[in-house]
Design a protein around this ligand. Structure first.
Ligand code: FAD
Ligand code: FES
Length: 373
């Protein structure tokens, strides 16, 4: 069983050595001192955040929970935030966002990520199958505005679906670590009971902690959980009669979040609803805008556009551009639009070249385009 609050380990000599390395880094040309130190200790770096995998747990059939010990460049996180994890697969570095699931109790602590494997997913499948203790991964600084408030709300409502449990689990664990006592209700939707991450811990917590209520819904196993079906007003009433007064945090598949938005808007409480999406809403290419050629200028590759975002078209063409969230929030995939027009898949806004920076994960070509890639 993964634990919520994890012990500190950030020895003083390590920090002093890291500062000294920063000073020597410039002198150690052409590679920098990191290239030499990492031969001995891969998680060391004078300026990059790297982490060593110190525990690997596969508690459900489709997930893997990793406990990581970040190096001293990690500055901590707030409950609900995510990091961009980088891992090498067959010699290519891939980056994806994962939300911290443990309590946020200050810098220098261990962190916990729970990754659910998607059937065709490159990174999630790799981590589920191959993550091992002692492995080193790259991290970004913690990011995201989906965070637990600093002051305790009178009522807290946490709603999650599937892998979306991680940021709200961190919020619940942080609430407990801070000894908050106001009521909190945790409503979780999983396909099946066996798929539910943190089930034992949540059930034990709900049985013992004051004012913690757990409601479990297993959408493919009616009758097995506390409620059946998908999120409705009736579910909220049954779960938390004071739901309209609560500060609510929701993370999960798009239909779950759409329902939550509609229900909170209906009672005029949309400003008390906070949401986090793990994926871009399914994009459908607009008829008439699919024609055209995508030219990846730096690679001298040209392909007929299929109407999908440029990141996906580049990957399909055999290129490996940097990416992180793949939904327009982290800016890792930013490249220069050398010529042509693209449409933002989220907002629908058009951007005209030449020479403007675009996020290729959410940019769909409109006619012929050229990208500096
Ligand atoms: C802010 C943020 C926090 C996140 N936190 C977590 C977390 O804590 N735990 C976790 O497991 N994941 C989390 N994710 C999702 C994660 O970043 C990856 O998208 C996911 O692991 C799939 O990556 P992949 O490389 O395996 O799939 P890819 O190879 O990128 O995609 C393969 C296929 O799976 C589909 N797909 C990709 N992601 C999803 C998804 N989330 N749901 C449904 N279909 C998908 C794609 O459309 C594609 O068809 C988070 C994402 C964001 C943006
Ligand atoms: S990959 Fe994050 S903005 Fe494109």
């Amino acid at each position: 069983m993964a634990t919520g609050v994890l012990p500190a380990r950030r020895p003083l000599p390590a920090r002093l050595l890291r500062q000294a390395l920063r000073v020597f880094n410039a002198a150690a040309t052409p590679y920098g001192v990191d290239r030499y130190v990492e031969l001995v200790r891969p998680s060391w770096s004078s300026n990059e955040i790297r982490a060593k995998v110190v525990r690997v747990e596969r508690s459900t059939p489709r997930s893997v929970t990793l406990t990581l010990r970040p190096n001293g460049n990690w500055a901590g996180f707030q409950a609900g935030q995510y990091t961009q994890l980088s891992v090498e697969i067959d010699g290519v570095r891939h980056t994806r966002c994962y939300s911290m699931a443990n309590a946020a109790v200050g810098p220098g602590r261990l962190i916990e990520l729970s990754v659910t494997a998607h059937p065709e997913g490159r990174v999630s499948q790799h981590l589920r199958q191959a993550a091992r203790m002692g492995q080193t991964v790259g991290l970004s600084a913690a990011q995201g505005a989906f965070t637990l408030p600093e002051c305790e709300p009178p009522r807290l409502l946490l709603i999650s679906g599937g892998s979306g449990i991680t940021p709200v689990m961190s919020m619940l664990r942080t609430r407990c670590a801070r000894d908050w006592t106001n009521p909190v209700t945790f409503l979780h939707y999983a396909l099946r009971e066996a798929d539910m991450l943190y089930r034992d811990e949540l059930e034990a917590l709900a049985a013992t902690a004051a004012n913690v209520r757990l409601v479990r819904v297993f959408t493919e196993e009616p009758g097995r959980g506390d409620l059946d079906g998908f999120l409705t007003a009736a579910h909220l009433e049954a779960t938390e009669p004071g739901w309209a007064e609560a500060e609510a945090f929701v993370c999960g598949p798009a239909p779950l979040m759409d329902s939550a938005r509609e229900l909170f808007a209906r009672v005029g409480r949309d400003d008390h609803l906070h949401t986090e999406a793990f994926t871009l809403a399914q994009f459908t290419a607009e008829a008439g805008n699919v024609d055209g050629t995508v030219r990846f200028g730096a690679s001298e590759i040209g392909v007929a556009s299929d109407g999908r975002p440029l990141l996906i078209q580049a990957e399909a063409a055999g290129l490996a551009p940097l990416s992180g969230c793949r939904m327009g929030i982290c800016h890792t995939c930013t490249r220069r639009l050398c010529a042509g027009v693209v449409r933002d898949a989220v907002t629908g806004d058009l951007t005209n070249g030449p020479d403007v920076n675009i996020r290729i994960c959410v940019s769909v070509p409109v006619g012929d385009v050229e990208i500096d890639l």
